[in-house]
Design a binder for this molecule. Structure first.
Ligand SMILES: [Zn+2]
Length: 324
């Protein structure tokens, strides 16, 4: 940890806002694995590794070790050409102060990142929030590239959106824009962990889809992919998928009326289901919208790699606020 008198301990200084064309180190910390990659300026991945995510603050030490491992695979000259790193964390992240505020899933709270990665790796290092950066990457470089107003919906453990309006990323007051997973859409539905009832997340998250299928059929599945993989011949799987799509459409209705996006991009692991989710969601929106045009619904370009791609692009760009 660095001393607390550094006003921006997680950030390397003013140079951070400018783009670099050098080699970058990208690390994405997930609940199950931590993925890391070093990418050369021409896009070649020169080192890559994945490790299991330890519980608690030890996960942040594992990030340090993974970065060192990857950097050590480069020759001396290539090592000197690493211009910047970016690390994405789940949960609540205070990027400005350099604090990993909370990950209920992995189990840390208020850990000061400070200069730990910058000092160990000897590379300026950015810290940011995983879902936000993954959504930003889909908008700027993926399935939303070229659109001015877009809503990137990440469906995984939860459901959350990253919103760009007129070529600007919407942060909202307190940085809390995009929590569409907690729009209540089923008044008689399932209790949500947030304290409300019938949130989008209780019907349409990956876990909710798996649970709904097991409740309906008595058959256990490993995850939502198992349900979406049998749509062709299993009417129960289709019914669960349809419920999830209806809840997503209801949850998106408000944001579509408010900002009129050109497209909805589905991101995260579930986006790999592609048309199996995009096509019925597009149809549901067409049915439910009367005043505003139904946006196109498209699968993300990066799938489960959106976080890692986002970390790479963030490290190159230096900021999510640059001109689009
Ligand atoms: Zn909720």
């Amino acid at each position: 940890m660095t001393s607390s008198d550094d006003p921006h301990p997680g950030q390397p200084g003013p140079a951070v806002s400018t783009a670099v064309d050098g080699t970058v180190l990208a690390i994405d910390v997930g609940g199950t694995t931590i993925k890391g990659e070093i990418t050369a300026p021409d896009g070649t991945v020169t080192a890559a590794a994945t490790v299991a995510t330890p519980r608690g603050a030890a996960a942040l030490d594992a990030v340090t070790d993974l970065g060192e491992t990857l950097l050590s695979r480069l020759g001396d000259r290539a090592r000197r050409e690493v211009a910047r790193a970016a690390v994405l964390l789940p949960g609540i992240v205070d990027a400005e102060r350099g604090v990993a505020v909370l990950s209920a899933n992995i189990g840390w709270r208020d850990v000061i990142i400070g200069g730990r990665w910058r000092d160990r790796w000897r590379v300026p290092t950015l810290l940011d929030h995983d879902t936000t950066v993954a959504g930003w990457a889909e908008w700027r470089y993926g399935a939303g590239a070229g659109t001015d107003t877009v809503c990137v919906v990440t469906i995984g453990t939860g459901v959350a959106a990253v919103l760009a309006v007129n070529r600007r990323l919407v942060r909202g007051s307190r940085g809390q824009a995009g929590e569409i997973g907690h729009v209540a859409v089923r008044p008689d539905g399932i209790a949500c962990h947030c304290g409300n009832v019938g949130c989008v997340e209780t019907v349409a998250s990956a876990g909710a889809i798996a649970h709904a299928y097991t409740r309906r059929t008595g058959r256990r599945v490993d995850g939502a992919a198992d349900v979406l993989g049998v749509l062709d011949h299993d009417p129960d799987a289709r019914a669960v998928r349809d419920d999830a799509v209806e809840a997503l459409a209801d949850g998106l209705s408000g944001v579509i009326h408010a900002v009129c996006p050109q497209s909805i991009v589905l991101s995260g692991g579930l986006s790999e289901a592609g048309d199996a989710v995009c096509t019925p969601l597009q149809a549901a929106l067409r049915r439910k919208l009367f005043v505003v045009a139904a946006p196109d619904v498209v699968a993300g370009a990066f799938g489960a790699r959106a976080g890692l791609v986002g970390a790479r692009e963030l490290a190159r760009a230096g900021s999510r606020d640059g001109p689009s």
